[in-house]
Write a protein that binds this ligand. Structure first.
Ligand code: OAK
Length: 814
């Protein structure tokens, strides 16, 4: 890796030693690995700080336009390794620590993942921050400093157990508390009108207040001295007010406010693609949005005198509908605090806000009961009412007499506030996250909105950062690539196409496959250590890691494993290449069926892994506590990438891209970004199966299909389904999996049985392809070579040019 930033090794070592001494009153020889991690991190932070200051000086000097990426989730993972990578002296620090007698890998393992997110949406936000800094675009990530992040998953008797993620217990060496930027956020109370100089002012009274205190986390760009900021908000009780209330004897109110502050940021809701409608969640949303928008306006006003220029200097990008109260909060500030009239404020707001949709799953749509919304946010609700009134008038003038349009598009309807409608009405841009997804939004999900304002809609296919998911996660492959084509791919992933010429050369094929083999050994060791299961690195590593959700169809995967096992046991001529099926998935704590699927996977693993008669042909492994840090090991080691969602349901997927980049073959449906992966790599270098999105949607329009037909006509399917209820995998409780059986037989909403035969066929194809070593090597190498499009750098360039209108900034150090 090229060293773009100077590194003073001896100075660094001294600093680490000093840090251990001053932080822990210990000589370095006696320091624990956690203490060394802290000491190293503080030394690295020292280097980051100068660049952080220089970056913001430059931004201020140029009075640049800034994007505020508003997101309830930032799934950052670990910071130390990534910061070292982007400072371009990872290897040098590794050496320095070696000399001090420590292994950087082990030191990195001391750091808890910053798991302030659930899955795809949160990890995308983290990749975007990395790309924004690397490309030199002025940006803030704005979110919540959850006291507890995504729960830790343990598996007990095959069941998922959730444990609290106390990620801050040893302190977070990279964050900086910024009490000087604290702001007040108001909840509840009522609104009164005061007329001053002939103008009505709306004043919220009798409210509860929370102090929002920001913590800043540096986001280091790759080798360019740029350091952007992830600003996460903590909540504190307003001390002054509380003391005052105690004095006045308003003891209860003071205690209430203390509790409110504490609970607001307590925990991340662990729902992926699912809306739970909890009051506390709406509080969280308004809390971080009000704080972020207030701060952004204050910052804008430091350099700009006319608030009308806000859209030239600021974009609020809303990561799904969760931050949508930003539309109304900005209106509130512009009218109630800046004194603008409605039309002026609306014009500014709708040129400042933009919205990204991340799902079409109906159960993910946020619809707040008006009763709750108006009670918690009385002034905001008034504003939403007025936005809705005007929006409905607009609909009626465009479609006179068409009540259906009003019903489908209104923001307030049926006693609910529809956040997606508010987001669209208040934004100048609405984007989907893969070509197919955007098409479905335009043609079906948001059809009415698209017809009303087609120019508002656009696609931005997701991406991932190669710095974390190749350079850091797969050092062997990274250095092999650099050896072949130089290291510019680190900031220009399209360069990978230069690898194509190596894909047909036997010598390079061997090198590439040897690296894959090393990575498989690394994962096998991890599995041995964490699961106690021996897996053979020469077997096919067939991997499905992602959140557990019915639409992602982990159930289809495990049913196929059961089928294969049956074949092995009953069909003497059945021949299969030894395969290790690797799963990793967290289920939302309240999602019963998802948790039952985890139990099923573990039960199948128990039976199959302990059946000596199949001679280890199949192994099933469920990796506990799947998260960003172990994901890096997993992607690097995969041969086959399972991307098997029901077509039309997965908006994009980003795991699919990480596997591809690391040289795995996609076994998938034509869904989300899989479609574009196949477009890039060629159909012959992926294995595609199942219904197409069009077909799924046609069935759905026509009321579904009849899974019993398949049950009746396909003996293999019948056998597998029967094994769900005959105790084969649940001898202590044969009815344990009946819910899964019933769901498949009666409705099969996700077309699992419908796609089953085609999936079996796809696996046969993988088996055949894998045996042809040369062709397989060529396929996986082409997957890596064609992954260039899926860098989040490409995605961010598109956002910056087509939505945000940002300019790049160069930062130099004095
Ligand atoms: C989570 C909560 C609510 C709504 C959507 C999500 C979410 O994570 N969606 C996922 O976003 C990813 C990033 O765009 C996509 O790649 C996934 O397909 C999508 O499920």
């Amino acid at each position: 890796m090229k060293k773009l930033i100077d590194f003073d090794k001896e100075g660094f070592k001294k600093e680490v030693i000093t840090n251990v001494k001053t932080l822990y009153r210990r000589p370095i020889e006696e320091a624990t690995p956690q203490q060394v991690f802290q000491a190293v991190s503080y030394a690295v932070k020292d280097d980051i700080i100068d660049r952080w200051i220089a970056t913001h000086k430059e931004y201020e000097k140029k009075n640049v336009k800034t994007v505020y990426y508003l997101s309830m989730e930032f799934l950052m993972g670990r910071a130390l390794g990534n910061n070292l990578i982007n400072l371009t002296y990872y290897d040098a620090v590794k050496e320095a620590l070696d000399e001090l007698g420590f292994d950087l890998n082990l030191i990195e393992d001391q750091e808890p993942d910053a798991a302030l997110g659930n899955g795809g949406l949160g990890r995308l936000a983290a990749c975007f921050l990395d790309s924004l800094a690397t490309l030199g675009y002025p940006a803030y990530g704005c979110g919540i400093r959850y006291r507890y992040g995504m729960f830790k998953q343990a598996i007990k008797d095959g069941y998922q157990i959730e444990l609290p993620d106390d990620w801050l217990k040893d302190g977070n060496p990279f964050e900086i508390k910024r009490p000087e930027y604290a702001v007040e956020v108001k909840f509840g109370g009522y609104v009164r009108v005061e007329n001053r100089d002939g103008r009505n002012y709306f004043i919220q009274d009798g409210y509860q207040t929370v102090r929002a205190v920001p913590y800043d986390v540096p986001v280091v760009g790759y080798g360019n001295n740029v350091v952007n900021t992830l600003r996460i908000w903590d909540a504190e009780a307003d001390q002054e007010f509380c003391l005052d209330s105690f004095d006045k004897g308003e003891y209860e109110k003071a205690v209430e406010q203390q509790n409110l502050a504490k609970t607001i940021v307590e925990v991340l809701y662990p729902n992926d693609n699912h809306y739970a409608g909890k009051e506390l969640r709406l509080r969280q949303q308004y809390f971080f949005i009000s704080a972020s928008v207030q701060r952004a306006i204050l910052k804008f006003k430091e350099k700009n005198s006319d608030i009308h220029n806000l859209p030239d200097k600021v974009t609020f990008q809303m990561n799904d509908t969760h931050p949508t109260v930003a539309v109304a909060e900005l209106m509130r500030i512009l009218m109630d605090e800046e004194g603008l009239e409605w039309d002026d404020a609306w014009d500014i707001t709708t040129r400042t806000c933009a919205y990204t949709n991340h799902t079409i799953m109906a159960e993910a749509l946020e619809k707040w009961p008006i009763e709750l919304f108006s009670r918690l946010l009385p002034r905001i609700y008034q504003i939403v009412e007025e936005i809705n009134r005007r929006f409905v008038l607009k609909i009626q003038s465009m479609y006179p007499g068409n009540q259906d349009k009003v019903k489908n598009m209104a923001i307030l309807y049926d006693g609910q506030v529809k956040m997606a409608h508010l987001a669209i009405a208040g934004s100048y841009s609405v984007n989907g996250v893969a070509a197919l997804h955007t098409k479905i939004l335009e043609e079906r999900e948001l059809k009415d909105f698209y017809e009303m304002r087609p120019e508002q809609f656009n696609n931005k296919t997701n991406g991932i950062t190669q710095r974390r998911f190749l350079l850091h996660g797969n050092p062997l492959l990274a250095s092999w690539i650099t050896d072949k084509i130089g290291d510019e791919w680190i900031v220009k992933l399209s360069n990978l196409k230069k690898l194509k010429v190596y894909a047909t050369d036997e010598k390079y094929q061997q090198e590439f496959m040897n690296i894959k083999y090393q990575n498989k050994i690394r994962l096998a060791n991890y599995i041995k250590e964490h699961n106690g299961v021996d897996v053979d690195p020469r077997s096919i590593f067939d991997v499905q890691v992602k959140r557990l959700h019915e639409y992602k169809r982990q159930l289809l995967n495990i049913l196929h494993v059961m089928y294969q096992y049956n074949e092995l046991k009953t069909n003497p001529s059945y021949d299969m290449y030894p395969t290790t099926y690797i799963f990793g998935a967290k289920a939302s704590a309240g999602y019963k069926r998802a948790k039952l699927i985890i139990k099923l996977i573990n039960s199948v693993a128990d039976v199959i892994n302990n059946d000596a008669s199949i001679k280890g042909k199949i192994k099933v492994v469920f990796i506990e506590n799947y998260r960003v840090s172990n994901a890096e090991l997993i992607f690097a080691a995969a041969d086959v990438s399972e991307q098997i969602s029901t077509a039309s349901r997965e908006a994009s997927g980003t795991g699919n891209m990480k596997f591809m980049l690391n040289g795995a073959v996609t076994l998938g449906t034509m869904d989300g970004a899989n479609v574009e992966i196949v477009e890039e790599v060629g159909e012959e270098n992926a294995v595609i199966f199942g219904l197409r999105a069009e077909e799924v949607m046609k069935y759905e329009r026509e009321g579904g299909y009849n899974p019993k037909d398949i049950y009746n006509n396909d003996a293999a399917v019948r056998t597998v389904l029967t094994q769900l209820i005959n105790g084969m995998y649940s001898s202590d409780d044969p009815d344990r999996f009946r819910d899964l059986y019933d769901s498949l037989i009666n409705e099969d909403v996700y077309f699992i049985l419908k796609d089953f035969a085609s999936y079996v066929e796809a696996h046969r194809k993988i088996d055949t392809l894998y045996r042809d070593e040369k062709n397989w090597a060529k396929m996986v190498m082409l997957n890596t070579a064609c992954a260039g499009k899926f860098s989040s750098d490409r995605t961010i360039e598109e956002y910056a040019k087509e939505i945000w209108n940002l300019k790049k900034v160069k930062v130099t150090l004095d």
